[in-house]
Design a protein around this ligand. Structure first.
Ligand code: PAF
Length: 343
C-alpha cells in the first residue's frame, strides 16, 4: 500500500480504481490525523478544476481528486457517450501541479502536490447497475427534494438526482474533511451543501463544502467548462454571449430596475449579439434556454415587482443557459452580499 506519511513530496500521484484500495489508504491517513481535501470531477480538467485543486492543496494535508464520468446525471438524450475522457492527460496535469505552503511545525516552505486520484469504473460505483432512463433504474438513489426542479433542474429534471447520488457515494468512499466545487454550477454546489447538512454527513460537514468563484477566459470572460471543447471556431467566437447577457441584467439590477426589466436587458443583449453574429457571417445557431432570477436560499423564482429594499438583504442567483449549436453552456452571477456562500 502506498504510504501517506510524506504527503508533501509524493514521488507520483497514487491512482486508485477500486474502493477497497482507496479505503486502506484513507484509513492510514485517518490514523495519521491528516486532513483530506477533495475535488470531485468528471475529468477533461481545465483551469477551473485546477483552481479548486489549488484551494484544496493550500488548506489540507492531502488532496484527492476524483475523475468519474457519472452516467446517472446524463439524461438518455444527453452527451454521455461523447463526454471528453482524457485520463492520461488529466493525470499529467495534476502531476505537474504544486503549491508552496508553510510547514506547520518548522514553518519552512514546502511544496504540496495532489496525493491521490480516485478513478473508479462504472461497475465499482454502481454495483446494482445503472441505466440513464430513471424509470428503469434499480438500486439506491439520493434526492434533495424541493431544490432540484428550478433553474437547471427545469431543463434537466433528472440531473441533480444523478449528482447527489454519485457525490454521496464519492463522499462515502473518499471521506473528505473539505470538498471544493465551482460557482459555475452554483445550484449543484448549494444542493450538495444541503445534502451534507440534511443527511448529517461528517465527511465533509456541510460548512466544509466550499464554493469557489468561476474561472473565466481572460479575453472574453467565458466560464471555463469541459464542454467548451465541443464549440466550433465560430461557436467559440460567440460563446461569451451568456455572461454578457447576465452582466447586462446585473447592471440593470444595480440601477434598481425591476426584475422584468433586468431579464429583458439580458434577452435584448442575446438578440443584439445574435444579429451581429449573423451579419458577421458566422455559421452558428444560438438558442437561449433560460435567464432567471432565484432566491439563493429557497431557489424560488423572484416574483413580480419585488420591493427592492427587501431584496438588499438577500442573495439572488441570476443564472442562465444558452445553446451554441448543440453545446449547452451555463453561467451565473450572484447579486447581493454572497460572502457567506462563496469561499
Ligand atoms: O460538476 C461535476 O463535474 C459533476 O457534476 C460532479 C460534481 C463531479 C459529479 O459527477
Amino acid at each position: 500500500m502506498p504510504s501517506v506519511s510524506n504527503p508533501n513530496l509524493p514521488l507520483s500521484i497514487i491512482r486508485f480504481s477500486t474502493i477497497s484500495a482507496y479505503r486502506a489508504w484513507r484509513h492510514e491517513a485517518l490514523l495519521d490525523g491528516k486532513t483530506v481535501g477533495f475535488v470531485p470531477t468528471m475529468g477533461a480538467l481545465h483551469e477551473g478544476h485546477i483552481s479548486l485543486v489549488k484551494r484544496s492543496l493550500v488548506a489540507n494535508d492531502l488532496t484527492v481528486v476524483s475523475i468519474f464520468v457519472n452516467p446517472a446525471q446524463f439524461a438518455p438524450h444527453e452527451d454521455l457517450a461523447t463526454y471528453p475522457r482524457t485520463l492520461p492527460r488529466d493525470m499529467e496535469l495534476l502531476k505537474d501541479l504544486k503549491v508552496d505552503v508553510a510547514d506547520q511545525t518548522s514553518g519552512d516552505r514546502v511544496k504540496r502536490r495532489v496525493a491521490a486520484v480516485f478513478a473508479p469504473t462504472v461497475v465499482e460505483m454502481y454495483p446494482s447497475g445503472i441505466v440513464q432512463n430513471i424509470a428503469e433504474q434499480k438500486g439506491a438513489f439520493v434526492e434533495v427534494k424541493g431544490f432540484g426542479h428550478q433553474m437547471e433542474g427545469k431543463s434537466r429534471p433528472t440531473f441533480f438526482r444523478g449528482v447527489t447520488t454519485v457525490v454521496t457515494k464519492l463522499f462515502n468512499v473518499v471521506q473528505p474533511t473539505h470538498a471544493y466545487f465551482g460557482q459555475k454550477d452554483i445550484q449543484q454546489a448549494l444542493i450538495l451543501k444541503r445534502l451534507c447538512r440534511d443527511l448529517l454527513f461528517g465527511y465533509p460537514e456541510h460548512q466544509n463544502v466550499h464554493i469557489i468563484p468561476t474561472e473565466r477566459d481572460s479575453t472574453d470572460e467565458l466560464a471555463l467548462s469541459s464542454r467548451n471543447q465541443y464549440l466550433t471556431v465560430d461557436g467559440r467566437k460567440v460563446a461569451s454571449i451568456l455572461i454578457e447577457a447576465l452582466k447586462a441584467a446585473a447592471k440593470a439590477w444595480t440601477e434598481s430596475r425591476s426584475k422584468a426589466e433586468c431579464i429583458e436587458e439580458a434577452y435584448r443583449t442575446v438578440e443584439r449579439k445574435e444579429a451581429k453574429a449573423k451579419s458577421d457571417g458566422l455559421q452558428v445557431v444560438i438558442k437561449l434556454d433560460y435567464i432567471e432570477m432565484n432566491d439563493a436560499e429557497s431557489f424560488d423564482v423572484l416574483e413580480g415587482e419585488v420591493q427592492r429594499d427587501e431584496e438588499e438583504s438577500r442573495v439572488v442567483i441570476l443564472s442562465g443557459a444558452l445553446y451554441i449549436d448543440k453545446t449547452r453552456l451555463i453561467d451565473n452571477i450572484l447579486l447581493g452580499n454572497a460572502s457567506h456562500i462563496i469561499g
